[in-house]
Design a protein. Structure first.
Length: 574
């Protein structure tokens, strides 16, 4: 197929009456068939052409996951435009930066909250000639002529539409990277980039028309776009249901009963924590039974008994139809993978980046190796440079960075290899293991090289730690900002009859000693220069709202370091 819309219409023709999308409205999940979705996509494309959308014109979409997102994405492309997703967690400043860099002249906004953000920056984006809003009560600081309601927009149809000619080589989307180490860059991806990647995923991951996926990750992120949308919907004819929010995720799991979940390790971590919490709430006997169940060898009689007594019930709480889950976006710990495998939910880890549309490698049922991110997708080539940087070549590799030739030359070499900035190594069987980010490597004042993600993963696996950021670049030793696991910490205080005011908990000597012991245990087999010498406990989780996390929940180290500058300096001058 030449383009993404063409591929969708082929699938829609095969399954016209099958449910394509499910979405929550007025407390119940409603359904949209492939045929209904196809009609809406064409309506959106006609309306955009009626608004005067010109070939290759950019349309920015600032909206959470919903059917309208899919209608807009494929409708924009069908009309010859370029989709520019904007993360809903972006601040007004970052939103303005994306709109200005892409020169988007049409903007689609979802909620009143997002519309309010646009109201704050409207004077900074004079190139925007039309704002289409989905759900809003009032136009905050926006001229009435500039804004159009979604229902009115859809009425701009025509019976004599002249469809523009679009080709596989054409740019169809500009996706702005999460900006973990700097300002977001616009990655220009073509129809061919996305289609080759989604088709390769469909070849190795067994997704069928019988599957239902629960969509939680933002569609504005390329991982959800390809793995959770294009691959299942356009190639398999599967059904996608949208979760209401992270808060309602557990409830939506039970309501939708998905067969496949595509998510990031942080989500699986929260699921794991929730399971343990429920086991503890049910009393000591249930907790002991659960511990016993996890220790039973696969295929044994006792494992069958464990399945009957407890594991089956746990999966029922997650959703009864699970076949497998895909983890990407950041590293899934071996501990997490083993846990979900023990309870009967296979989680396959993959690796990718925006510049590669994004999937480069993945584990899958037929070929997997724990602790790795799997083998290269069909048609994708992986090479390890002398400095251990992962190089990637294939039809999924981006055209370049939008209007940034210098950055493009730095990322793409003359042989067509994408320099990923990630470090890793390949086994003899071709399985890829990630070491860390090249730019995030810590070089201590003593000249020792260290990748913080390895240590952060070890610490985050401990019982009383939720999040960690390791510091130490050009410093005399490593230090860490640590966010406690408040549920387990408060349980520890209760069990040990330690009574202390809420605002004094993190300075309590017994609490500090607890964390020192946990840190020492987690790092006991590391070299001396890899150990945490000083640490500070911080009250609040690192969040997207404070721009401390990317949409796939990776640390934005520079932002966190700025927010906790005083605490960091104290660790080196005490």
């Amino acid at each position: 197929m030449a383009t993404l819309p063409e591929q969708f219409f082929v699938t829609a023709k095969k399954f016209p009456d099958k449910t394509a999308l499910k979405y929550k409205q007025s407390g119940a999940y409603l359904e949209l068939t492939f045929n209904e979705l196809a009609k809406q996509i064409k309506t959106v494309a006609q309306a955009l052409l009626k608004l005067g959308l010109s070939p290759t014109e950019r349309v920015a979409v600032l909206a959470p996951n919903c059917p309208e997102w899919v209608m807009l994405d494929l409708g924009i492309m069908l009309a010859g435009g370029i989709t520019v997703p904007i993360h809903t967690t972006f601040s007004p400043k970052l939103i303005a930066g994306v709109i200005k860099n892409s020169n988007a002249q049409i903007l689609v906004v979802s909620t009143q909250e997002q519309l309010n953000k646009i109201g704050l920056i409207i004077s900074e984006i004079p190139q925007v000639r039309k704002i289409i809003y989905l759900n809003a009560d009032y136009l905050n600081n926006l001229p009435a002529k500039l804004a159009t309601a979604w229902a009115d927009f859809l009425c701009l149809t025509s019976t004599e539409t002249v469809w523009p000619k679009i080709e596989a080589k054409d740019i169809c989307s500009i996706i702005y990277t999460s900006g973990t180490t700097g300002e977001p860059k616009g990655v220009a991806l073509t129809h061919k980039n996305f289609l080759s990647d989604a088709q390769a995923c469909a070849q190795v991951v067994p997704v069928t028309k019988e599957d239902t996926l629960l969509s939680l990750l933002p569609l504005s992120h390329v991982f959800e776009r390809t793995a959770g949308y294009y691959t299942p919907l356009l190639f398999a004819g599967a059904t996608i249901a949208y979760a209401e929010s992270f808060k309602e995720f557990s409830k939506n799991l039970r309501e939708v009963n998905p067969t496949i979940l595509v998510s990031v390790p942080r989500v699986f971590e929260k699921m794991q924590d929730s399971i343990w919490q429920k086991m503890r709430q049910r009393g000591k006997f249930t907790l002991k039974l659960f511990y016993w169940a996890l220790k039973q060898p696969s295929g044994s009689v006792t494992q069958w008994l464990a399945e009957l007594l407890i594991l089956k019930k746990i999966r029922k709480a997650l959703g009864t139809n699970f076949r497998f889950a895909i983890a990407g976006g950041s590293a899934l710990s071996l501990r997490q993978a083993k846990f979900f495998n023990k309870i009967g939910l296979a989680v396959y880890q993959g690796y990718g980046l925006t510049e590669a549309s994004p999937v480069v490698a993945t584990n899958y049922p037929a070929q997997q190796e724990r602790g790795t991110v799997g083998k290269a997708l069909p048609g994708v080539e992986i090479k390890i440079a002398n400095d251990k940087e992962i190089l990637v070549r294939g039809p999924n590799v981006m055209k370049g960075y939008w209007e940034d030739d210098e950055a493009t030359r730095e990322a793409l070499d003359e042989q067509g290899y994408l320099h990923t900035g990630d470090l890793g190594h390949l086994s003899n069987q071709g399985y890829l293991t990630i070491i860390g980010r090249k730019k995030e490597m810590i070089v201590t004042a003593g000249g020792k090289n260290f990748w913080p993600e390895i240590l952060e993963e070890k610490l985050n696996e401990t019982k009383y730690i939720s999040q960690t950021m390791v510091i130490g670049n050009n410093r005399k030793h490593l230090a860490a900002l640590i966010v406690p696991d408040w549920i387990n910490l408060k349980r520890y205080l209760q069990e040990n009859k330690i009574e202390v005011p809420q605002d004094e908990i993190l300075n309590q000597p017994s609490v500090l000693q607890l964390y020192r012991q946990n840190i020492n245990t987690a790092t006991q087999y590391l070299a001396e220069y890899e150990k945490i010498i000083k640490f500070v406990l911080v009250v609040n989780e690192f969040t997207q709202e404070r721009e401390e996390l990317t949409p796939t929940l990776k640390l934005r180290r520079s932002v966190i370091a700025t927010h906790y500058k005083k605490e960091i300096e104290q660790m080196y001058f005490e």
